[in-house]
Design a protein around this ligand. Structure first.
Ligand code: MN
Length: 290
């Protein structure tokens, strides 16, 4: 039995945003608790994305772009231009603040944006580690090509390749581009797996799958994906975490009290500032609800 999760479409500034996780029928796939498909979008010159400084705790954010650029800044002093093909893994641990904004040259020519932002919950024993930011340029991530299939192993080990990205629990994240007529068998060695179709006409075990939906496979189930047209999808998954996670606003934790504490700290202005982006911030106007 497979589960099909359509992206719930929203708007973020002028960008189309498809939220796949959490969904009413499925909270997590492996350690992934949150899955946003940003764009594709092409804005007029002068437009742009401005995600003002905001906090995270007890999770990692993983940003991966297909198109466009984003300037990341965080409270550790990191300034990183996020480009297509790179994996940017930010560990919030006990707390981090970051902003993501379109760079000025993108605004001048009219920004394009297409990518994924995922949140990875951390095992309880690592939730309060020191925050960190790891940038992995496209050239450092292994690629495997065969018979009309091009794979980039972003996180984890699959198709004979191992990603250099360090994780806190077994995690899989693969970007797959298929020519029309190409087929790919999904590896069975990770316990939980979801295949999210970015674009193209795709069959899963012979059945049509819509773009902007995730197909969640049962543990051990064999699945072959076939591209009817040129297609792109990602495989995410990993080991099931030891328990559920609470999500409220930008906070994820195994403990509700931890989220309530973080909300009080953000309201009180007790999180660190983002160097170079000290003025603006996203205010909290609400109380945690679960
Ligand atoms: Mn964020």
């Amino acid at each position: 039995m497979t589960l099909i999760l359509p992206a719930k479409e929203r708007k973020l500034d002028d960008f189309r945003l498809g939220r796949v996780l959490p969904s009413p029928s499925r909270r997590m796939v492996g350690p992934f608790v949150f899955f946003d498909h940003i764009g594709p979008a092409a804005l007029a010159p002068g437009g742009g994305l401005d995600v003002r400084p905001h906090p995270h705790i007890n999770l990692s954010t993983v940003t991966y772009l297909f198109e466009g650029q984003m300037q990341h800044r965080d409270s550790l002093g990191t300034e990183q231009l996020i480009r297509p093909g790179a994996v940017n893994w930010m560990t919030a641990g006990r707390g981090i603040v970051h902003s993501e904004r379109s760079p000025q040259d993108e605004r001048d020519r009219g920004p394009r944006m297409h990518g994924l932002q995922l949140w990875v919950a951390m095992p309880e024993e690592f939730e309060e580690v020191a925050p960190g930011f790891a940038h992995h340029p496209e050239s450092t991530l292994p690629e495997v090509s065969d018979k009309g299939v091009r794979l980039r192993v972003l996180v984890g080990e699959a198709f004979g390749a191992t990603s250099p990205v360090l994780t806190y629990s077994p995690t899989l994240y693969v970007d797959a581009s298929l020519d029309a007529g190409a087929r790919l068998a999904i590896p069975t060695d990770y316990e939980e797996r979801g295949i999210y179709i970015i674009e193209g006409d795709v069959l899963c075990n012979g059945a049509a799958c819509d773009a902007r939906t995730m197909i969640v496979l049962d543990a051990g189930a064999e699945a072959v994906f076939e591209a009817k047209t040129r297609a792109r999808f990602v495989i995410v998954g990993g080991a099931k975490l030891e328990g559920p996670r609470y999500i409220w606003w930008n906070f994820v934790s195994s403990r509700k009290e931890r989220i309530e504490h973080a909300a009080r700290e953000w309201k009180a202005g007790n999180f660190p500032k983002v160097p170079g982006d000290e003025i603006e911030f996203i205010p909290l106007t609400d109380e945690p609800k679960f």
